[in-house]
Design a protein around this ligand. Structure first.
Ligand code: F6R
Length: 365
């Protein structure tokens, strides 16, 4: 049931404040401001020398963001790859290591094959899944559910932000266990998670502006997404979302890679979506934006108030999000990224919930 919404995808985008809150509620103790992993998920991170993560598509991009968190908050090295490569790479794994798989459906063939490879190599297996009865959930030692509820739209939205919610909670738990996160830091991060649903709801209010922007984007042949830090995987996710439902070619790049190739593409016809909260990397991203502007590229800046004030350059559109703790920003910035893809696809007249050639669950290789 789509309720009042025109598509399942839009309904699922709007469900995010609620399902993110449910997911955090499952992993965080709001009253004590502590990460508290639920029954069946009691992972001991203290002995993990290196975490290996594997997933496909959007779930893989969630994992990439998780890598930044595990490394930053828990000083835990992370090895991550798409499951279709991981399963054949013959990566050496030390018995007793920890492997993490991320899958909305829990049935993705390549992810399951990677899990079985790791099982054979004597790894402990953790899985972030949205379908608790799925094969991947059944084969895991630690099941980490996302509380997104059934996701019908083929393009993943709420499952993605719920995967991020689980990863963020795990990184906090790992940080504490490994002695890298002070009590004060843990409290601050959990408080940021508590705030998140309200900030996500705030971000949804940009829909009207995004709809007008999408009309322009629907005329583009290609779109470039740029970001640094955790905004880089989000740029990859934005590009994936746009291409899969609007059929417009899009690419995501680390902003710092611009001058190593993609800058050659820039002209007046190329919209460049820059994801840049006002964080420690903001100034670096601004200099990349200036390089785009100097070549006539049309910039769409997704930032916050401070970022909008400091960027001081002309944009085709600036989307201003509420202030959010930099660590958790990807959860808020996902929302405009999803709405851009959605409304562009609506203007293109595509079948948003069932895009051509795609299946919700990819159970064959
Ligand atoms: C993108 C999308 C796909 C899936 C991928 C993995 O919007 O939906 O890229 O994310 O096929 O699927 P799961 O998470 O079910 O393993």
């Amino acid at each position: 049931d789509k309720g009042n919404h025109r598509h399942f995808m839009l309904k699922e985008i709007y469900e995010q404040p609620e399902v993110i809150s449910h997911t955090f509620g499952h992993y965080l103790d709001f009253a004590e401001s502590r990460a508290e992993l639920p029954e069946g998920a009691g992972i001991d991170f203290t002995t993990v020398e290196r975490l290996s993560v594997s997933a496909c598509g959007t779930a893989y991009y969630a994992g990439l963001i998780g890598k930044y968190w595990f490394e930053r908050l828990a000083r835990m090295p992370v090895e991550i790859d798409v499951a279709s490569e991981f399963r054949y790479r013959e990566m050496p794994l030390k018995p007793g290591g920890l492997s993490l798989f991320i899958s909305q459906s829990g049935e993705t063939a390549d992810t399951l094959a990677s899990l079985r490879y790791c099982r054979q190599a004597g790894q402990r297996i953790a899985a972030i899944v949205n379908v608790p009865t799925s094969t991947i959930a059944r084969e895991a030692d630690f099941v980490l559910p996302t509380m997104a509820g059934p996701e019908i739209g083929v393009a993943s939205t709420k499952a993605f932000t719920c995967q991020l919610s689980v990863l963020f909670s795990l990184a906090i738990a790992a940080g504490r266990q490994r002695g890298f996160l002070s009590e004060a830091d843990e409290r601050r991060l959990v408080q940021a998670a508590v705030e998140l649903p309200r900030l996500a709801a705030h971000a949804l209010k940009l829909e009207g502006r995004i709809e007008r922007l999408a009309k322009e984007l629907s005329k583009a042949k290609d779109v470039l997404y740029l970001g640094r830090g955790t905004s880089f995987p989000l740029a990859l996710e934005g590009a994936l979302k746009l291409k899969e439902i609007s059929y417009i070619h899009a690419e995501g790049y680390a902003a710092g890679e611009l001058k190593h190739g993609p800058i050659a593409l820039i002209d007046e016809t190329l919209p460049v979506i820059v994801i840049a909260p006002f964080d420690a990397l903001f100034e670096k991203t601004v200099s990349n934006m200036q390089e785009v502007a100097a070549r006539g590229g049309r910039i769409i800046l997704i930032t916050d108030e401070k970022g909008a004030a400091h960027a001081s350059l002309e944009t085709m559109e600036t989307l201003v999000l509420p202030d959010v703790a930099p660590e958790i920003a990807p959860l808020v910035y996902s929302i405009p990224v999803q709405l851009i893809a959605y409304h562009t696809a609506v203007f293109m007249g595509t079948d948003v919930d069932q895009p051509r050639n795609l299946a919700k669950s990819v159970t064959v290789e």
